[in-house]
Design a protein around this ligand. Structure first.
Ligand code: ATP
Ligand code: MG
Length: 449
């Protein structure tokens, strides 16, 4: 990461041939007084040049792209992304993130103008500690403004990812997009479609937890600002059409104060960072359920399927897709607090792995239904109690094991079946958490076979 002594050491190795600069987020965040997340460095030297120059030093050059002039420079406790000064050309009429042609240059100003926002185009010389700023970036950082480095239509017309970066930086840093910049972002928002899904997903994923990005900046509503900007740019419709379809979908007034779209947004706003995706999408099945059958029954299962498809298409990693779909499928569990206690205990034990997130989701859902805090939910209370009262959540938590089952006279598949059955009983009945009673349970089962 960004060890400043190592950065100076590296810069002095460049000194005879080039000035090495820090640029981008590192400079921006330093000027804002917060800890930078990573370090981007640059000079006019090509990647092959710096590789030769740094051989025999403690800095290694790896993961290079000759075409883009990029590489990672690392040493013990230090890592930086290097980019040679360059200008990029992009294919016309598309937002694809990959430049079609890259031209290396000695002209630092040209390098600044191929970047996205002025706040990201300030250069810092670690040896002299001087800044070079061709585009008014320092002033914009001070004013907390995001402004395109040049004609905003050209900036957004080249690379659809920049629209999402605009939203992300606005959300994370609490910066205001400058008017013309925002207007152009809106004109080119559809170019986001040309960007690889994984990149789009990575930006959305950061936007949805933008409030946690820079604790030092005190932007406590970053995720709310981010979603609002996405919506204003038409990106909810473009990227999350099942969510957009909930607009204006009325819900029974008896339970709900908002329509299904507003309810989803309110749930997202209130949700803890770990469940923002689930909170935003948990009700997407409602529209389809209504169309199919005229009511919302089964919207949890329908929604889980829609969530699975949408998130996979967006490039969310499969494990997280499965988890978000499962949360969606389970969000109605004990909604009215009237499930039998035994059934609810079994449900909780079976879903122990997702229960922290599920209770977080259900809390956000309940808040967004009524528009106010509803206190601890019954499922939350039971989950809390079960974790402290010795409830077993897996076969490994039982006071007996496979060897005991064998000794009791069980064999093969019967062993696993018997332990699973015992687990279900022991979740409900504390008596079976006693070893002697558990052994008796196994014996009885063996005798019955
Ligand atoms: P972060 O804090 O997320 O690292 P960053 O501004 O450093 O923010 P990086 O993705 O690390 O962003 O990129 C480093 C710099 O490269 C940016 O500050 C910007 O100047 C330039 N850059 C990155 N992506 C783009 C892009 N899609 N279009 C134009 N310039 C870009
Ligand atoms: Mg960076």
């Amino acid at each position: 990461m960004a060890d400043r002594d190592a950065l100076r050491e590296l810069a002095s190795l460049f000194k005879d041939r080039a000035t090495l600069y820090a640029v981008g987020g590192f400079v921006r965040d330093t000027l804002l007084g917060v800890t930078p997340r990573d370090l981007d460095i640059c000079s006019h030297l090509g990647v092959e040049d710096i590789k030769t120059m740094l051989s025999g030093t403690r800095f290694a050059v790896s993961g290079k792209s000759m075409r883009l002039g990029t590489a990672t420079v690392s040493a013990e406790g230090f890592s930086a992304e290097y980019t040679a000064f360059r200008t990029d050309s992009y294919p016309e009429g598309s937002g694809v993130h990959r430049p079609s042609e890259v031209t290396f240059t000695r002209d630092m100003r040209a390098d600044a103008l191929r970047r996205d926002f002025t706040a990201n185009a300030v250069y810092f010389d670690p040896l002299t500690e001087e800044y070079t700023d061709f585009v008014g970036g320092r002033e914009d950082i001070e004013k907390r403004v995001l402004r395109a480095v040049r004609d905003p239509d050209a900036v957004f017309g080249e690379d659809g990812l920049r629209v999402l970066r605009l939203v992300r930086f606005a959300a994370e840093l609490g910066f205001e997009p400058e008017e013309n910049t925002f207007a152009a972002a809106k004109r080119y928002a559809a170019y986001v479609k040309d960007v690889a899904p994984e990149r789009v997903f990575a930006e959305l994923d950061k936007i949805f937890v933008a409030d946690t990005a820079y604790p030092g900046l005190g932007v406590s509503d970053g995720h709310v600002r981010g979603l609002k900007l996405l919506d204003e740019l038409g990106l909810t419709d473009l990227l999350l059409p099942e969510l957009a379809a909930l607009r204006g979908l009325e819900q029974p007034k008896k339970y709900h104060i908002y329509d299904a779209f507003r309810h989803s947004v309110e749930a997202y706003k209130a949700a803890e960072p770990s469940v923002r995706w689930a909170a935003l999408l948990h009700d997407v099945g409602k529209k389809v359920a209504c169309e199919r059958q005229g009511n919302m029954h089964g919207h949890d299962a329908i929604g889980a399927e829609l969530v699975r498809e949408r998130l996979a298409a967006l490039g969310m990693p499969p494990r997280r897709v499965r988890r978000t779909a499962e949360l969606t499928a389970c969000h109605m569990a004990d909604l009215k607090g009237d499930m039998s206690e035994n059934k609810l205990r079994l449900f909780i034990a079976e879903h122990a792995e997702i229960m922290d997130d599920l209770t977080a989701l259900k809390r956000a859902d309940a808040y967004a239904t009524r528009g106010k805090d509803v206190g601890e939910l019954r499922i939350e209370r039971l989950w809390r109690e079960m974790r402290s009262d010795g409830t077993p959540f897996s076969v490994g938590d039982l006071p007996v094991d496979g060897t005991d089952a064998q000794a009791a006279g069980l064999s093969g598949r019967e062993i696993g079946d018997a332990l699973s059955a015992l687990l279900r009983e022991a979740v409900i009945n504390p008596v079976l958490r006693d070893r002697a009673r558990a052994l008796a349970f196994l014996k009885k089962r063996a005798d019955r076979l």
